[in-house]
Design a protein around this ligand. Sequence first.
Ligand code: ATP
Length: 444
Amino acid sequence: MKVNLDKIVSLSKRRGFVFQSSEIYGGLNGCWDYGPLGVELLNNIKREWWQTMTLREDIEGIDAAILMHAKVWEASGHVANFTDPMVDCKECKARFRADQLEDAMCGNPAYKGRSAIKCMEDGKFTEPRQFNLMFKTFVGPVEEDAAVVYLRPETAQGIFVNFLNVLNCSRQKIPFGIAQIGKAFRNEINTKNFLFRTREFEQMEMQYFVRPGEDMKWFEYWKEERMKWFIELGLKKEKLQFSPHPEDKLAHYARAAVDIEYEFPFGWGEIEGVHNRTDFDLTQHSNYSSKMLEYYDDETKEKYIPFIIETSAGASRSFMTFLIDAYHEEEVRGEKRVVLKFHPKLAPIKVGVFPLVNRDGMPEIARNIFEDLRKYFRSFYDDKGAIGRRYRRQDEVGTPYCITVDSQTLEDQTVTIRERDSMEQIRIHMDNIKVFLNERLNNQ
Ligand code: ATP
């Protein structure tokens, strides 16, 4: 089934996954807000990633500040090189990324639907110039060069500059990694495709420090681990691929790089990059800060600057990927059913609880079950409308299980539990609900 992105955007708004930022003021391009269900999904994705990384013995977590010393971005190369080529249309004043014209449309309403390539061929564009993607601001009340800081365009630098701090306090030995989740900001020339390219987004990055010479082994290892993570959380295998960067397209610091790509409705796009960054980052920061960011191996008595294997995923881009991949439309008894087939670990609501009808003591029993369950699982109580419609409402937001209290409950204390994907219903005793859900939700 080909998923239509407009349907995802509209479902996201209607059911409270994602809203346009500052919508009542007409919105702010490239920024989005997560609603009540969206923030649950996002947190679940981040929690799964965090646990996958930091439950390991060889990975520590940090949470660095978004604002960093301006020198960080000189050392990293971002001040000089974190640029995209930009062209302006002399006629309609729209701006485009010169290297992505094939995906862009002319900004002039009079030529609606015309490719930007055509405008370029007609000579409407200026010469490309380099545009730095970092947002600049000032610390303190004085707007002068000495006070310039940038909103970080990636979380990685906060890890590199804390290499020695973490090494010393954790007493890790190489190989080991540092993981971080946090906001990043890029003043993208063109934002598009919903959450795919935004100006404010969240990253989940892990930098793994290794002995030079062992770098390619670890690069291969992390590439496979990261692909496995997406598949285990339910993404369809056939919609995922590795896309290695050809040698002539590698960033100046990289020895090898591969993107994990997903087949979005608009084509294949990167969701995570795995990079062999060599000793570039620690060498640069050693030179710029005059603090040697080295490792001393007390077995071999050698000192060296470690190589770094980076895994860099977008939390927001992963969010959109899990949402799109989960989206299904099915025909059930002549009616369309929209269902988000989230992995139970990611589902924003884990269980719905309904009384079949609002009488004969059913609401009281259902309410008691709900009050008990919500201490352990994110639960939703619904007594409005026909039971079929209540199921559909939960299907549409991906709730894996729905529990219904009916007239038989009054006789033998059993309830029905309906599974989202198969729509199969079984009866179990009320006392066994928690054990049942625990098994199904946490052990898959
Ligand atoms: P692209 O080529 O798409 O601009 P990139 O190669 O610059 O991306 P990285 O710097 O490797 O991306 O960033 C790592 C991850 O951060 C990406 O795989 C993506 O998931 C996420 N990411 C990067 N830029 C954005 C953005 N503007 N909006 C949302 N997520 C982003």
